[in-house]
Design a protein around this ligand. Structure first.
Ligand code: THU
Length: 138
């Protein structure tokens, strides 16, 4: 897996963010086991609740096209008009969606704009999650 390529794809997707209310733009790039990359950006709504994070846009695009097996997601985000991007961490709802579709071999890559990144597993970001059979996922 080419981490740099995935981060570049996330940065590209971030350019399409629709975030006039928060002024915070996020991009995500999700790599499938089939080798495809699905991108996403955050899409906001004036009534707030319909807002969808970049990560979920990427997952839902992929799942809606028949993908179920994932390798990694790269996430980048920060102030829309800011110069540098610090690392952006996925929200709790997106962590739950990651837990739905991904096992511990899945990599969550959080990147800044200086070429630094940190990689996490699903359980590092959502420990003791509720599993599909009611079990505690460790
Ligand atoms: N957001 C994402 O798209 N992903 C994250 O990981 C964190 C937050 C979006 C939601 C909202 O449009 C804006 O960033 C500010 O919270």
């Amino acid at each position: 897996m080419d981490k740099k390529e995935l981060i570049e794809a996330a940065l590209g997707a971030r350019a399409f963010a629709y975030s006039p209310y928060s002024g915070f733009s996020v991009g995500a790039a999700l790599l499938t086991k089939s080798g495809r990359i699905y991108t996403g950006c955050n899409v906001e709504s004036v009534s707030f609740t319909p807002t969808c994070c970049a990560e979920r846009v990427a997952f839902f695009k992929a799942v809606s096209e028949g993908e179920r097996d994932f390798v990694a997601i790269a996430i980048v985000g920060g102030r829309t008009n800011g110069s540098a991007l610090d690392i952006c961490s996925p929200c709790g709802v997106c962590r739950q969606v990651i837990a739905e579709f991904c096992g511990e071999d899945f990599q969550i890559i959080l990147a800044d704009s200086s070429g630094n990144s940190k990689t996490y597993t699903p359980s590092e970001l959502l420990p003791l999650s509720f599993g599909s059979r009611g079990e505690v996922v460790k």
